[in-house]
Design a protein around this ligand. Structure first.
Ligand SMILES: [Zn+2]
Length: 108
């Protein structure tokens, strides 16, 4: 079953950028779980976010430029598990990022 909006709220605590880049002026403008009104590419796995899909939408200002990031339902589910530490051996979000690298044709 697809997780509800409520269940995915914890995914918002997952740090999308692992704090490893940015300048002092960079800010997070919004970070929320939304229902998709269009189709987007997932920032993490590079898969499609479908219309009507519950997913994470984050807007950042980097270098004065507005950047929007979407994360699909499956990646949000992995983020919830990652944030809560509820997984066996491997952090499930790592597999989602690996999938995104693969889909973009990046070397592992
Ligand atoms: Zn995804």
């Amino acid at each position: 079953m697809t997780p509800s909006k409520q269940e995915l709220e914890d995914a918002l605590d997952f740090d999308l950028f692992e704090g490893d880049f940015g300048t002092p002026g960079d800010t997070e403008l919004s970070n929320k779980i939304v229902i998709s009104r269009g189709e987007y590419k997932c920032h993490v796995c590079h898969g499609l976010v479908l219309k009507g899909e519950i997913h994470r939408s984050a807007t950042w200002k980097f270098d004065g430029e507005l950047m929007s990031y979407r994360c699909c339902n499956e990646c949000c589910t992995a983020m919830v598990a990652s944030v809560s530490g509820e997984y066996e051996e491997n952090d499930p979000i790592e597999a989602r990022y690996a999938l995104g690298h693969e889909r973009r044709g990046w070397a592992a």
